[in-house]
Unconditional design. Structure first.
Length: 311
């Protein structure tokens, strides 16, 4: 879901840049330039830390003054799923898509009091068992050990979780299934010495407190890995070689100062790359101070957050 603050800032920026140009139009948004806003309004609303329901709704682009100038163009066909498939597969994909849309629009089931019971298709239902999590792992990652060398195995599947605490615990549980020794990498966390941080912060925020911080877009203080584990990059390292944020990789060798991986997605599938440690500063506005974490810019990818999957 698009955040209106970004496009309102872009509107003001373009107006300032184009002011005085022959094609500048002060009456039009973005100074008269045509801007395409690409988004899926079926996704979750913008994330507003500690925000109320009203704050979150008001942060979406259709609550902006720019929305009245927008023309909505709807894409009606999923080219990735429908090209080269049979008529039977096409009909099945169409029915599944319509069902998902009906659930998202609140049209599935009988709703008289704001609540609805939705019937889950048996083919995607994991039956109740003594250990439902293991059943889900086996469903998503069948024959995990024998597929570690399959380049498309981790590219085409993942488990989604609601919070970082849940996915960290689930990733550690699944990684225990892999053979080989674990290697632990500890980060070096330091408080940024700048005006935003008061002198009292420098004395009270000891390293143990910084080490305990776990927020989105930042690798954990304790990064435990094994050879064969799928991971995701959290920073742009070398975009010309396909090493950018959200690139999927698989660990190939664990060194003391570098991690050797093989690329699973993008234009350089199968390429061996070297991942170094990096200095990373989180942009989490909920933190009352700024700190720097030096760690490998990757996270384990057996399970990812719903927000990350939408990227």
């Amino acid at each position: 879901m698009l955040n209106k603050l970004y496009y309102e800032a872009l509107d003001r920026c373009l107006r300032d840049i184009l002011r005085g140009e022959a094609y500048y139009n002060a009456e039009m948004p973005f100074g008269g330039k045509v801007i395409v806003l690409g988004s899926d309004f079926g996704q979750i609303l913008p994330v507003i830390p500690m925000g109320s329901r009203q704050d979150i709704v008001q942060a979406s682009v259709n609550s902006s003054y720019l929305w009245q100038h927008c023309t909505v163009l709807r894409l009606a066909m999923n080219m990735q799923l429908t090209v080269g498939v049979s008529n039977e597969e096409l009909e099945e994909i169409s029915k599944f898509s319509e069902r998902l849309l009906s659930i998202g629009d609140g049209l599935a089931g009988d709703s008289t009091d704001g609540e609805s019971e939705v019937q889950i298709d048996e083919q995607i239902l994991i039956i109740d068992a003594d250990n439902p999590f293991d059943n889900m792992v086996d469903f998503v990652y069948p024959n995990l050990l024998s597929n570690l060398n399959n380049m498309t195995f981790f590219k085409d599947r993942s488990i989604l979780g609601p919070t970082l605490e849940v996915i960290n615990k689930a990733n550690a549980t699944i990684m225990d299934r892999l053979e080989g020794e674990e290697k632990l990498y500890l980060s070096s966390d330091t408080l940024c010495v700048e005006e935003e941080n008061m002198e009292s912060d420098l004395e009270t925020l000891i390293p143990d407190i910084l080490n305990a911080i776990n927020c989105s877009g930042l690798p954990p203080h304790k990064l435990t890995l094994k050879v064969g584990v799928p991971v995701m990059l959290l920073r742009n390292i070398d975009q010309s070689n396909g090493l950018y944020n959200d690139t999927r990789l698989q660990v190939r060798r664990l060194g003391s100062h570098i991690i050797e991986c093989v690329t699973l997605t993008g234009d350089n599938v199968g390429q061996v790359v070297i991942i170094p440690r990096m200095n990373m500063i989180p942009n989490n506005q909920a933190l009352p101070f700024r700190f720097q974490r030096r760690q490998f810019p990757i996270i384990i990818l057996f399970v990812m957050t719903i927000n990350k999957s939408q990227g």
